[in-house]
Design a protein around this ligand. Structure first.
Ligand code: NAP
Ligand code: MG
Length: 497
């Protein structure tokens, strides 16, 4: 069943002035048209920002716990519709149902966490340096938040941004990824149903250049939260920087798992398979590199290849399928390109390496689970984000070498070590330059109440999730109350006692 999605501006579902529409098709079956969405531009962005600015006047004054009540209701509605949300998400971006249910659950967890956080938006009070004077600080909303999101977590990532923005008293203009307009629309419908007042959340569909750029540039937008590619992140950061806007960037990754000789290899195997081929490798936290100690290298590679070759690839709506398609033709082309790059660089292809064709595969953008061994530090295969089902194996001789190899990329998002040696585990936690380190777990598996984000070129130092994102979405107001009845001069009237 195909649907016409619309923009949601000032509480109304509206088309774009252009009248043009863009198709949203299933990457596992291009005959499956999920819907069409409006090709919007600057006019729609302007209207949405105006609505958000108007709504901000009242929304900022709604007591935070009342805003929290609405977010709790959002969680309840999402819970009731979890299965429907997951099915549409699988149809529009391809990952398997088990994962789209998880993506939805992360949104639900984020809603309940945000609701509770509205009763906890703590700030500090401290003694004054002067008598009969009180120092207090408050968390204030910032204004209008521009939210720009990718397609790989079409529910979870928008909720990570929109719910804390709303909890803190901001209003929102949301530009979702062009590959996942349906899930984004569902989220906005749920927010409206839960009682978010008109204009508080607006959605504008359209491309990064026609909608994203004007949103970032708009003087009425005070804060930008972006997750996506490093390339787009750099453009957004420069543009927003030239206007002195607050920006949070969550960008690429080149995440690695280290497996030491003392590791539980069966456990590590499950973790590496899940990390590398879950979401068809299209996670910012996907395991893209496997750093194997030479003592277990051959044995572990054999175990891994055997399992990777047996992974069932297909339409994610089939519960027995383990890996879905690449999200679109462009992403599949990138994967094929990197397989060629890897071969050209002299790495050995030991599993997969080709797109899948024949039968139902011809209707989608499927690629085999692919593994290269003999990958050397510094190869493009080892350094660049691929965002597909390609795992590079690097052989090392020691723990120190493993950590050096792991750290030697521009990115610093997620990482993992499998070892039973507690000393090595804690050294890894200390020395790995990543925002997230798992011990005896895969590189994926963020929980809603913990900070999420990366070091180095993965971002610009902010964190999503947990308590930290509430700091990003609020301003601090410092208040001095002098009840001495006279002029007291800080730093000057020092003779008090
Ligand atoms: P993308 O091409 O950067 O797109 C992300 C979003 O930004 C989309 O909504 C896109 O719109 C929009 N956009 C693109 N160029 C823009 C511009 N110049 N100005 C404003 N908006 C712009 O990334 P993607 O292909 O969707 O997602 C894959 C990337 O996201 C990977 O690099 C991955 O590592 C990263 N990612 C990072 C995290 C993290 O937390 N670190 C999480 C998930 C994904 P259109 O869809 O209309 O092009
Ligand atoms: Mg699609």
């Amino acid at each position: 069943m195909s649907r016409e999605y619309k923009n949601f501006i000032a509480g109304e579902w509206v088309d774009a002035a252009s009248g043009e529409r863009v198709e949203n098709r299933n990457p596992a079956d291009r005959d499956d048209l999920i819907g069409t969405f409006p090709k919007s531009g600057e006019a729609e962005v302007n209207a949405a920002v105006a609505a958000a600015r108007e709504a901000y006047k009242k929304w900022r004054l709604v007591p935070a716990p009342i805003r929290g009540e609405i977010l709790k209701k959002v969680g309840d509605i999402m819970t009731a519709h979890k299965e429907d949300i997951a099915r549409v998400m699988t149809r529009e971006m391809g990952k398997v149902l088990k994962e789209t249910r998880g993506d939805t659950q992360e949104g639900i967890d984020t809603a309940y966490y945000a609701a509770s956080e509205t009763r906890r938006l703590f700030s500090h009070t401290t003694p004054s340096e002067l008598p009969n004077k009180m120092n207090i600080s408050f968390r204030m909303p910032i204004g209008v938040a521009g939210i720009i999101t990718p397609w790989n977590f079409p529910m979870a990532i928008p909720t990570w941004k929109i719910f804390p923005a709303l909890a803190c008293g901001n209003t929102v203009v949301f530009k979702p990824a062009s590959d996942t307009p349906a899930t984004a629309t569902t989220l906005v419908e749920i927010l409206a149903e839960a009682g978010v007042p008109e204009g508080v959340v607006n959605i504008v569909h359209g491309s990064g250049s026609k909608v994203g750029t004007p949103l970032v540039a708009h003087p009425g937008v005070n804060v930008i939260s972006f997750t996506g590619s490093s390339e787009a992140g750099k453009q957004i950061y420069s543009l927003a920087g030239s206007k002195l806007k607050r920006v949070s960037l969550e960008l690429g990754g080149k995440n690695a798992v280290i497996v030491m000789p003392d590791a539980d290899l069966d456990l590590a195997l499950e973790g590496v398979l899940w990390g590398a081929f879950g979401t068809t490798g299209q996670r910012c936290t996907a395991t893209s590199r496997l750093i194997l100690h030479e003592a277990v290298h051959d044995k572990f590679v054999a175990m891994l290849v055997e399992r990777a070759n047996r992974l069932k690839v297909g339409n994610g709506l089939d519960e027995s399928v383990e890996m879905g398609p690449c999200v679109n033709q462009g992403q599949l082309n990138v994967v094929e390109e990197y397989v060629q790059i890897g071969k050209g660089e002299g790495a050995q292809l030991v599993a997969g390496g080709s797109r899948l064709t024949g039968g139902a595969y011809d209707k989608g953008t499927f690629h085999q689970a692919t593994i290269f061994t003999g990958v050397k530090p510094g190869m493009r295969l080892e350094q660049e984000e691929i965002f597909g089902p390609v795992l590079s194996v690097i052989k090392v001789q020691s723990f120190d070498e493993a950590v050096t190899v792991l750290n030697d990329t521009a990115y610093g998002l997620s990482s993992s070590i499998y070892t039973r040696d507690v000393n090595l585990a804690f050294k890894a936690v200390r020395d790995i330059e990543c925002g997230i380190t798992y011990v005896n777990g895969p590189t994926i598996g963020a929980e809603a109440h913990m900070p999420f984000g990366g070091m180095k070129e993965t971002g610009n130092g902010h964190r999503e999730g947990g308590w930290q994102v509430y700091e990003f979405f609020s301003e601090t107001k410092t208040v001095y109350v002098d009840f001495s009845g006279k002029l007291q001069k800080a730093q000057i009237d020092t003779e008090q006692v």
